[in-house]
Design a protein around this ligand. Structure first.
Ligand SMILES: [Zn+2]
Length: 458
């Protein structure tokens, strides 16, 4: 039962309300983030992302590096999210300058890839011997996931293979480690699962589907894994509790899970990969688990804005019906992840509820996360602001009363950019001789039988 498939980004030409947002992303968000990656944005914190790739390539060649690695352990993902947003923007509107900037960054990324396919600047620059020793916090698989997503999008937008070749080589390196060699462990931060499904669909290489399946099916089967891993090493990134499996959705096998727990972004990225795999392999048991998790979120753990994650502590879900309006975390990225999950559930079964929740999250949290000029962003989206308390009291420091600018480590803004750029994939789909409109996204959409549909909004 394959209910429907997404249209490609190229098949949707936005106009009206959505067109306005795509223009803001193309004209303001993407150029600004590019300047951040290169540490050229005035007033922004140091990012060092591009320099990290340059330095990793030097490290591979055995050359001296002056300024080492800088940033969060997942700093690379900022480059990948920017590239993915740039790819969608290029698909929507060709731009030779943007494409050459993207090509230049891809050259740096390719040069930072080790001969075995490994690619992560944090470990390559300073800790090569520590690779794969901290799946709990190291985020190597998370970064690879974002790179793979960027590679698929860039190939689809431009037909250029360079980053796709890097991504396949990297995925093969991961396949060798976790499937061929049989090493244990699953990513502390899910993301690669959904990315591998994209790579599988694009290349037809079944190993990528198998690898995604391996990460999904092993998750939670061995709750002691992260603790054993932690005992074997003498270093940590954030001193995370390796036994807090609920935080990373690894307390029990995913097929037995029925409550959305832990870090909200990790949760919905995982469920997205699960729903994707279920649709591709017609796995009813996995789909049933996705339905339970979906129901738990939308009936008991979601704000009326489509926001998820009730607490700043761990940026996480808490318990059923605990939805405080003023201390909500409701991260923009989590609402985006919920849209991903809804979109993949629609691939499994046509049900208006998935589209309704997608719409709710898109208009009330994702778009609300970005200021109208595209220059400031909410990472946290409380439903209530108490002036004098919000942003000030120790219990409310995260709930800022106005949108902050760009952080050096920016998770939400580039996520908004890639979602808006690819909104056609979520708004429209098709199955056999049926076209579906899930969101009233103004513009023209083309279907695979040659028919096109125009949606006009006011
Ligand atoms: Zn975020």
């Amino acid at each position: 039962m394959k209910a429907q498939k997404q249209i490609s980004v190229n098949s949707y030409r936005a106009a009206g309300f959505i067109g306005k947002y795509q223009t803001i992303v193309a004209d303001t968000v993407i150029p600004y983030q590019y300047s951040v990656l290169w540490d050229r944005a005035e007033g922004a914190e140091k990012s060092h992302v591009a320099q990290n790739f340059i330095n990793a390539a030097k490290a591979l060649r055995g050359e001296d590096i002056v300024d080492g690695f800088y940033g969060m352990v997942f700093q690379d993902s900022d480059a990948y999210k920017w590239l993915e947003a740039a790819a969608y923007s290029l698909a929507n509107k060709p731009d030779a300058d943007l494409e050459s900037r993207a090509d230049e960054l891809i050259d740096l990324i390719a040069a930072a890839q080790d001969t075995d396919g490994y690619l992560n600047t944090a470990f390559t620059i300073k800790d090569r011997e520590k690779r794969w020793t901290n799946l709990l916090e190291g985020h190597e698989l998370y970064c690879s996931g974002h790179m793979i997503e960027a590679a698929c999008a860039y190939y689809e937008a431009t037909g250029k293979r360079k980053l796709l070749d890097v991504a396949q080589k990297n995925a093969e390196c991961i396949y060798a480690r976790f499937v061929t060699e049989g090493n244990e462990g699953v990513p502390g931060h899910p993301e690669i699962e959904l990315a591998l499904m994209k790579l599988y669909r694009l290349t037809g290489n079944r190993r990528f589907l198998e690898l995604s399946e391996r990460f999904i099916d092993e998750r939670g089967t061995d709750p002691g894994f992260y603790a054993r891993e932690a005992e074997k090493r003498d270093w940590t990134v954030w001193n995370s509790n390796p036994w807090d499996n609920d935080y990373r959705q690894s307390g029990k096998p995913v097929r037995e899970q029925s409550e959305a727990t832990g870090h909200a972004v990790r949760a919905v990225y995982l469920y997205t990969g699960m729903a994707d795999l279920a649709a591709e392999t017609d796995d009813r048991e996995l789909l049933e688990a996705c339905r339970r998790l979906w129901d738990n979120i939308v009936r008991k753990r979601m704000y009326i804005t489509g926001g998820i994650g009730s607490t700043v502590i761990g940026e996480a879900f808490t318990v059923d019906y605990d939805l405080p309006p003023d201390t909500a975390y409701s991260e923009t990225c989590a609402a985006i992840g919920l849209m991903f999950f809804a979109g993949r559930m629609l691939e499994n079964e046509i049900n208006g509820e998935y589209a309704d929740v997608m719409e709710l999250a898109f208009y009330n949290t994702v778009l609300a996360g970005m200021q109208l000029d595209g220059k400031r962003f909410f990472y946290v989206n409380p439903l209530e602001v108490d002036l004098g308390i919000s942003g000030k009291s120790a219990t409310h420091t995260h709930a800022l009363p106005s949108r902050p600018g760009w952080y050096a480590c920016a998770c939400c803004p580039p996520n908004v950019a890639r979602l808006i750029g690819s909104i056609g994939k979520y708004a429209y789909s098709e199955s056999g001789d049926t076209a579906y409109c899930h969101l009233y996204a103004a513009g023209t959409v083309g279907f695979s039988n040659g028919l096109s549909l125009e949606c006009v909004t006011g």
